[in-house]
Design a protein around this ligand. Structure first.
Ligand code: 13P
Ligand code: SF4
Length: 389
């Protein structure tokens, strides 16, 4: 019954006119059916069915959407934001179900911040983050013990970017550190330097370096920790002298932007302003006029006068949305070939529909649940960040 398909009318599937459709009543009767059946839902019925399922759930559901989500999904979000804004929303959300249209680490963070009666759902469990995957807890613990053999661990403060696993957030909380996002990395680092002499910054080398440099830390006081090498590939003396230890991790999307692209847009568009996400490489951030989180990029462009020109170094869905929303400004991508976050892109309207119809029928699918032990100290690290509001 769950996978029943009826030939009911003609419709389109992936743009092709075809007779076989899933009638809404069958799908609803068969809620609990696997996601694959939803791939056959005609495109032109998705919006109405998502809206209807949301309406049925009413105050029981809150949908959070990251700025990199595709338009067809993010338009259903009750709240849109960057990682920081969405964590505040998750901690303050009403409703039994928090449906997170974003990636895994964001949903995990929401689960850590949620209240007792709430549940967090990620519409596609394959929506991960390649940056978050670049540090695993075993490597981080090994790094900490190597560092502790050379420097007093009480003078060492871990700071982890939101884009990390719950286990690493928990480790950070336990060792007296904090989470940060790209909106508040400088405030969190300042907080950390008030408590210790050195910061171990996880897992994004570029955000750490860009932020540290803006705070006045010279490059020669920053070293990179390569988890595949003994002592991160550093001499003991270099570790003792460093103030900022940068985990060797990066975002594959933001890695694509180059300083040559900045030079080229300036040549081709005299007067253009360049704004990039701080996950971009140091030389790109230096060549740009500004850096900003996704929310920061939106704010900068919306505050600029009509007629201004912007080249934006971040994920293409946000850039395209900015171009459509600010028609009186010229917004282009810094990289002429498209930069998609393929994991954010995994969340489709079909996934959202499947999730909502199941929730409306009382089936909780794709729940993200962080175990209690991990959760406790991860919450400590997240609360430290949120208290710096
Ligand atoms: P923001 O916090 O700026 O939204 O960044 C999240 C992210 O994953 C950027 O790649
Ligand atoms: Fe992760 Fe990069 Fe995608 Fe952001 S853009 S979610 S850092 S892979």
């Amino acid at each position: 019954m769950g996978n029943f398909i009826s030939i009911a009318d003609t419709s389109t599937f992936l743009g092709v006119e075809q007779p076989a459709t899933l009638r809404a009543p069958e799908i609803e009767a068969g809620v609990g059916c696997d996601f694959d059946s939803y791939l056959l839902v005609p495109d032109n019925t998705l919006d109405d069915r998502i809206a209807a399922a949301k309406e049925r759930l009413r105050d029981d559901v809150v949908i959070l959407g990251h700025h990199y989500q595709r338009d067809e999904v993010v338009k259903f979000a009750d709240f849109r934001g960057d990682s920081l804004k969405l964590s505040f929303q998750a901690s303050e959300a009403e409703g039994r179900y928090i449906v997170f249209c974003g990636v895994h680490f964001m949903a995990e963070s929401a689960d850590i911040l949620r209240r007792e009666h709430q549940m967090v759902v990620l519409p596609d469990l394959n929506a991960g983050c390649s940056l978050a995957d670049m540090a695993d807890i075993g490597q981080v613990e090994a790094c900490w013990s190597e560092l502790s053999s050379l420097v007093d661990p009480r003078k060492l403060v871990p700071v982890t970017y939101m884009n990390s696993t719950a286990a690493i957030k928990s480790f950070t909380g336990q060792q007296g550190g904090s989470v940060c996002t790209s909106s508040n990395a400088a405030a969190v680092m300042k907080w950390a330097f008030e408590r210790g002499e050195k910061i171990l910054f996880l897992p994004d080398e570029h955000l750490g370096r860009n932020t540290g440099y803006r705070m006045g830390i010279p490059l020669n006081q920053m070293i990179v920790w390569d988890p595949r090498q003994e002592f991160g590939g550093n001499l003991p003396e270099a570790i003792r002298n460093a103030r900022l230890l940068l985990w060797k991790g990066y975002c594959s999307v933001h890695q694509r932007f180059t300083a040559q692209q900045v030079a080229r847009v300036r040549r081709e568009h005299p007067g253009i302003r360049v704004i990039v996400h701080p996950e971009c490489r140091f030389e790109v951030a230096q060549a740009a006029d500004e850096t900003g989180s996704t929310e920061g990029i939106i704010k900068a462009i919306s505050a600029s006068p009509a007629g201004s020109q912007w080249a934006v170094g971040t994920e293409i869905h946000l850039v395209n949305r900015l171009r459509k929303e600010f028609k009186d400004r010229q917004v282009i991508s810094l990289d002429p070939s498209v930069c998609v976050c393929t994991t954010m892109f995994r969340i489709t309207p079909q996934h959202l529909l499947w999730t909502l119809e199941n929730l409306a029928a009382g089936n909780v699918v794709n729940r993200i649940s962080v175990d209690e032990r991990t959760r406790h100290y991860a919450r400590v690290a997240l609360d430290r960040m949120l208290s710096l509001r």
